[in-house]
Design a binder for this molecule. Structure first.
Ligand code: P53
Length: 485
């Protein structure tokens, strides 16, 4: 089985997890710059500004800011057709609310995109990937404020205008639906710059922030379409499907509500309007949201061109005893284990067939081209004395997922634009801040405390992926055991 000729094979990272240089060339602090490192199962702490004596892994990242020419050369060696990264908002608008952009920040991305084009690698660019200017949090409370909607649109207009001839593929908000997990401080903070105060209803705050984001997204889509008809603007959701735990009708209704709760974001971004159930739900729960008729009109004018999504794992849920008629879904409390799928060392349920399900589910619902912009497994890698990394577990994970994607393309007839596994190179983990939770094809010599030479080494998966790309997905390495059957 192969994928089409023009398929965009590549790899993905995000600015804040790789670039480092957190205060270089006029960059302002971002939300990622005030988050400490954690372990496999605890949360990163969010400090009140940058504190001396704390370790902030994103401050140095993997120094991609300075080493990107060498890294892109390695991506080209693997045969990448595209490279997904994000623009660090606070390089361009250090505080987020300035009128004029920071030219030094803009120049950095000119150099980065030019370097990609040198090797015929198409940049795929996320506008907001967990790295909004920290000043927007302290001054306005992040996306709980309509002011921040305008700041984002201003930022997006500046960079889309500047790079329109270098970047064709854009994504607005990374994993905009992660905040369905509104009880987890990390998610609301990284997605929206929102911190919940004592006594506040986090679910209501999430719906308000996300509303401003979908309106901002629509404004950006409209702007880009009017600016240059070559541009393609996508939405981006985390696709963890939520399966019903059993065949009980109540579990099915619960799982359906879970899927509606996780995907109303893309429903709005694709359809240009809110699903009816959600407006009923928000009214019944008396969330009292600022959603105006003018906003609803804006949503209609900015429907996305394609849907990007991440796929790492699947979830399962069961109805609670005494569930009310809303089957309200709270991701922090309503997930159950799925005994049919194994877990990674970080507890993520590994389920390759869920990717084929994801592609079919979104194709049935949205009828838009789909782009797998993240997929991968975080694992501990060992560098041998001869600087090799035998990461057969990563090869197996990616191989099993690519197989399912190829079935979706070839047997189910789904339009998949490309595949950019997470991550092109080892970077700082978003949820834990660890470097030891590695995802890359390229090993970076750095540990969780920030020690190491930052030297890059090709892993076994590097050579494996090179072959996958050069055979258009035909040679997936059948010597690696397949227990997905
Ligand atoms: P890390 C939660 C669930 C699924 C994907 O994640 C997630 C998250 C938030 O961590 O994030 C995406 O590094 C995200 C990337 C992130 C990657 O998945 O926590 O878009 O920034 O690095 C992997 O193991």
């Amino acid at each position: 089985m192969q994928v089409p000729e023009n398929f965009l094979w590549g790899g993905a990272i995000a600015a804040h997890q790789a670039e480092g240089a957190y205060n270089t060339d006029g960059k302002g602090l971002s939300v990622a710059d005030v988050m400490t490192a954690a372990g496999n199962f605890d949360e990163r702490r969010i400090t009140n500004g940058v504190k001396t004596g704390e370790f902030y892994p994103n401050h140095e990242g993997i120094d991609f800011y300075h080493q990107f020419p060498e890294d892109i050369k390695l991506f080209a060696e693997m045969g990448f057709k595209c490279f997904r990264t994000s623009i660090a908002w606070s390089r361009i608008f250090p505080n987020g609310d300035e009128e004029e952009p920071n030219e030094a920040g803009l120049k950095f991305y000119d150099r980065l995109f030019d370097e990609c084009h040198k090797y015929h690698i198409e940049p795929v660019v996320t506008l907001s990937h967990f790295e909004m200017p920290y000043h927007l949090v302290t001054e306005y409370g992040g996306f709980r404020s309509r002011k921040v909607l305008d700041c984002f649109v201003h930022f997006a207009q500046a960079v889309i205008t500047r790079y329109q001839h270098k970047v064709k593929y854009w994504l607005t908000f990374n994993e905009i639906n992660n905040q369905t997990n509104y009880d987890r401080a990390f998610t609301l903070f990284t997605n929206s710059g929102v911190q919940i105060h004592e006594g506040e209803n986090a679910e209501a705050v999430m719906y308000q922030a996300a509303h401003y984001e979908v309106v901002a997204s629509a404004k950006v889509v409209k702007f880009a379409h009017e600016l240059n008809s070559n541009l393609l603007i996508g939405a981006m959701v985390a696709f963890s499907p939520v399966y019903p735990a059993t065949d009980k009708p109540d579990d099915l209704l619960k799982a359906q509500r879970a899927m509606q709760s996780r995907f109303w974001f893309s429903d709005v971004q694709v359809e240009g309007s809110y699903p009816a159930w959600l407006r009923k739900y928000q009214a019944a729960k008396q969330f009292n949201l600022d959603i105006t008729d003018a906003d609803l009109a804006v949503l209609k004018q900015g429907q996305v061109d394609y849907l990007g999504f991440s796929y790492y794992m699947s979830f399962a849920t069961a109805a609670r005893p005494g569930e009310d008629e809303f089957y309200s879904y709270n991701e922090a409390t309503d997930l159950v284990e799925n005994k049919y799928v194994p877990k990674s060392d970080w507890g993520w349920q590994v389920d390759p067939k869920g990717l084929r399900y994801a592609l079919n589910w979104m194709n049935d619902r949205y009828h838009l081209p789909l782009f797998v912009v993240e997929n991968g497994i975080g694992a501990i890698d060992k560098l041998t004395v001869s600087h090799q990394v035998h990461d057969d577990y990563r090869i197996k994970y990616l191989r099993d997922h690519i197989k399912q994607m190829e079935l979706a393309i070839n047997d189910d007839g789904i339009d998949v634009m490309g595949y950019t596994p997470w991550s092109a190179i080892d970077i700082v983990s978003a949820s834990t801040g660890q470097l030891s939770k590695r995802y890359g094809f390229i090993y970076v010599d750095r540990d969780d405390q920030g020690n190491g030479s930052l030297k890059r080494y090709r892993k076994d998966s590097f050579y494996w992926y090179q072959k996958v790309i050069s055979t258009r997905g035909e040679k997936l390495g059948d010597e690696y055991a397949d227990d997905s059957k």
